[in-house]
Design a protein around this ligand. Structure first.
Ligand SMILES: [Fe+2]
Ligand SMILES: [Fe+2]
Length: 333
């Protein structure tokens, strides 16, 4: 018997628009992402173990890292674990409708090339932070490794329904959110006297800024070609709220609350807060000039109304949200 799955016309249209962007995305791979030979690599920031003085460098690294507060260190570990789960991100991206129609990772399509070159850049973030944290001697590496293992096993669900439009909203939001987290961690590292860690965080944040810009540009194009569809996708994604990629890190383990504990700490130390969430919405609404878009269909006009007031609502929510008095640390020795 033939399956009689109804045709999803909205998704078909979105896939068609996505395929129109293929050349732009291919250009972004060549011009926004960086060739491996020209790109910074984790070893640029770490002691060279072939150097006879490496032990001295490690001692210095450990002395600098001594002053980092436990809460900041826990946040940094959580950020690192998030970066380490990128097999899930590459899989997610290639499963989106219209992105990898050939089901082939060696496809010359701009979108497929982007999915690989982007995650290859992300791979350096986890590598660098993982090695750095290991060298500080302050982290329970086995516990960290178990969390990474579990998180990748668990996967993640950004709730974008394999719709490429919603995925572009999600990634635009998420890249900006990680940029903010790394920038704020860098500032706290500076304050604690670890200027090398500060530089590491700022360098990673620079990558996230490039990624954010690219995803926002892809979405801007979608707004140009299909304003109503883009508006509706933006609304849909925001109603479901942006689920952080590492949300399943504690699932199935002995400490189910691990993700919640980690996000309470980032909230408390100001690495990533409810205000940041609200400000990111505002930024995206302004960037895509959501309030000025005209010629929308009824559904999209309603979405526009919803989005126009959304950041204010989250701002008020964040004002009322109190950071917990006590937080639970994780992954430390
Ligand atoms: Fe990253
Ligand atoms: Fe990124």
């Amino acid at each position: 018997m033939m399956s009689s799955k109804p045709i999803n016309y909205e998704l078909e249209k979105n896939m068609e628009v996505i395929s129109q962007l293929d050349a732009i995305v291919g250009d972004a791979v060549d011009n926004v992402l960086v060739d491996p030979d020209d790109c910074w690599q984790p070893s640029d920031f770490l002691p060279d173990m072939s150097n006879p003085e490496a032990i001295e460098d490690i001692k210095l690294l450990q002395m600098r890292a001594e002053g980092i507060p436990d809460t900041v260190l826990t946040s940094l570990v959580g950020n690192m674990i998030t970066e380490e789960a990128l097999p899930s991100y590459q899989t997610y991206f290639n499963l989106l409708e219209g992105i990898n129609e050939e089901r082939n990772l060696l496809s010359p399509s701009g979108w497929v090339r982007w999915s690989k070159a982007w995650t290859a850049e992300e791979n350096r973030h986890g590598d660098l932070l993982n090695k750095y944290l290991y060298l500080t001697g302050r982290v329970d590496m086995k516990a960290v490794e178990q969390t990474i293992h579990r998180l990748i096993s668990n996967g993640f669900d950004p709730k974008s329904e394999s719709d490429p439009y919603q995925a572009m909203i999600y990634t635009s939001f998420q890249e900006r959110a990680t940029k903010i987290s790394h920038v704020n961690t860098g500032k706290l590292a500076d304050k604690a006297g670890d200027h090398v860690l500060s530089k590491i965080c700022k360098t990673i944040a620079g990558d996230e800024a490039r990624h954010e810009k690219a995803y926002k540009t892809f979405m801007s194009k979608i707004f140009e070609i299909d304003p109503s569809g883009a508006m509706v996708a933006f609304e849909k994604m925001m109603r479901k709220q942006i689920v952080m990629p590492a949300v399943l890190m504690g699932e199935g383990g002995s400490r189910q609350s691990l993700y919640k504990d980690f996000s309470e700490i980032t909230q408390k130390v100001g690495i990533y807060t409810g205000w940041d969430y609200a400000r990111i919405i505002q930024h995206l609404v302004d960037h895509w000039k959501v309030e000025a878009v005209t010629g929308l269909n009824d559904m999209a006009a309603k979405a526009q109304d919803y989005l126009s007031n959304l950041a204010d609502r989250y701002m008020r929510l964040a004002d009322r949200m109190k950071a917990p008095d006590e937080v639970k640390l994780a992954w430390l020795k």
